[in-house]
Write a protein that binds this ligand. Sequence first.
Ligand code: ZN
Length: 147
Amino acid sequence: MTTTKFRVRRSPVHGRGLYATADLDADEFLLDYGGEVVDWELAQQRWEAADGDPDHTFFFDLGDGRVIDGGSGGNEARFINHGCDPNCETVDEDGTIHIVTVRAIPAGAELFIDYRLSLDDDASDEAAAAYACRCGADSCRGTMLAR
Ligand SMILES: [Zn+2]
């Protein structure tokens, strides 16, 4: 696969991030979100086993009780940070998640998607707090969770 459109480097927002390495057009396909598909229960167990380290929350919510664990067999897509006003979106095609730009993005800009995570109702406050958002967008809702 080509990696000329983006690369991973440290992000001021959170851990590492994915950055455009070329000027991107709107509606440009970047990559698919790689990783093992697991249910939220197992994902939560893995998160707790990682001692709640937010750098180990590489989960993409499929919206049906399952998530893609990008920390298991994943690719660069797991480093895309959450943003409340994202410049990329995810397109679900039969459970394959395509990451596509939603507007023109200049080279060097960080790429964001809206995670819209939905934790189980019985998820702990501590777990919910781990998904606090610091993206800095005017429309930031303060959490990576769908609200
Ligand atoms: Zn935000």
